[in-house]
Design a protein around this ligand. Structure first.
Ligand SMILES: Cc1cc2nc3c(=O)[nH]c(=O)nc-3n(C[C@H](O)[C@H](O)[C@H](O)COP(=O)(O)O)c2cc1C
Length: 321
């Protein structure tokens, strides 16, 4: 059984999968600023991977070498499609495959998938087994889920641990809580103890609300876990994984970083992705200096990379004069 997870230094720090955020461009940008131990792709639908709509999902699985180790996250409803998907992900060179059992979005949940699987353990088991069959011991299979559906449910956690995933990442909230309450980091210790009682080798990763590596280290140590996954924290500080701060950069440096980010996005996606998927990153750079708010408002109204470039260039000119 090949398992890259066992070769990593601990604590393991992972950039969380985020739909329309953590594509190959953002992962490359984060790798330049300070690389997490492991990257995940955005969640990719296994039914979509084998349908006529395939062109709508393949961009999610695009990657470059600098993003390794890279885990492909998948979701869907048909176990046989998970099996085929895992085979394909092995061929595509992914380091691992992760099963999304935590997304609370109405669409998937109403079809009983993603976090809906918390209420359908037989199907969750079939999906894990089918994915393992497809991965054939060539890449490890992991699970990302939440603490429960309506209430914290350690029975669910126990059930997932019994399936022996290589890694269990727990977003430390219930599905009903979405992201509205602080993550329950105090529960992670119990998850670790359950793993230990089973004498299981599953790595335990906590997730939710982390804003710095120091905070991650402290929370992981308190629980005795193996690592932490960080998502939205990168919007406040994309340098988070290097233990430095974007606010150590000058306004000019921030604007050059914005332009570099945008140029990579243009080279990678051209016109194949909607511009607003890039625009949401502008606030990351136009922040923390006098005049940033006004600049941000102008940037958020741009419709094309060319318009953005003009605004940034004239800001830089005014700034240096
Ligand atoms: C915009 C956005 C998109 C997300 N997409 C995914 C996804 O594709 N797969 C997944 O497992 N979780 C997804 N999540 C959840 C995150 O991976 C993470 O569990 C959650 O944001 C909590 O971590 P944080 O507080 O560090 O952001 C998404 C979250 C956000 C904000």
């Amino acid at each position: 059984m090949k398992n890259f997870w066992n070769e990593l230094n601990k604590p393991i720090f992972i950039l969380a999968p985020m739909e329309d955020v953590t594509d190959t461009v953002l992962r490359q940008v984060i790798a330049r600023y300070g690389k997490p131990t492991v990257f995940f792709t955005e969640f990719t639908n296994v039914e979509g991977m084998f349908s006529k709509g395939e062109t709508h999902v393949v961009h999610r699985l695009q990657y470059t070498e600098i993003e390794r180790p890279l885990v492909a996250q998948i979701w869907g409803s048909q176990p046989e499609n998970f099996c085929k998907a895992a085979r394909k992900l092995v061929d595509m060179g992914f380091s691992g495959v992760d099963l999304n059992m935590g997304c609370p979005a109405q669409g998937p949940v109403s079809r009983g998938v993603c976090s809906g699987l918390i209420n359908n353990r037989p199907l969750a088991k079939e999906i894990i087994d089918a994915t393992k069959e497809g991965a054939a011991g060539l890449i490890p299979v992991s699970v990302k889920t939440r603490l429960g559906y309506r209430a914290i449910d350690f029975g669910w956690i126990q059930f997932v641990l019994e399936q022996k995933p290589a890694v269990l990442t727990v977003h430390l909230r219930t599905v009903s809580e979405k992201s509205k309450v602080p993550a329950h980091w105090d529960t992670l210790k119990t998850v670790v103890e359950m793993r230990d009682t089973l004498s299981s080798e599953t790595l335990i990763i906590g997730n939710g609300d982390i804003k710095s590596l120091d905070e991650a280290r402290q929370k992981v140590a308190e629980a005795g876990a193996d690592g932490a996954m960080v998502g939205r924290g990168i919007f406040e500080n994309p340098f988070l994984f290097s233990d430095t701060q974007i606010n150590d950069k000058t306004p000019e440096e921030k604007m050059h970083l914005l332009l570099d980010h945008m140029h990579l996005w243009q080279e990678t996606w051209g016109t194949s992705k909607h511009f607003p998927t890039l625009r949401k990153f502008f606030k990351v750079y136009a922040n923390g200096f006098p005049g940033a708010q006004e600049l941000r408002m102008q940037l958020m109204e741009t419709q094309t990379p060319e318009e953005t470039e003009q605004i940034v260039t004239s800001f830089l000119r005014a700034f240096s004069s």
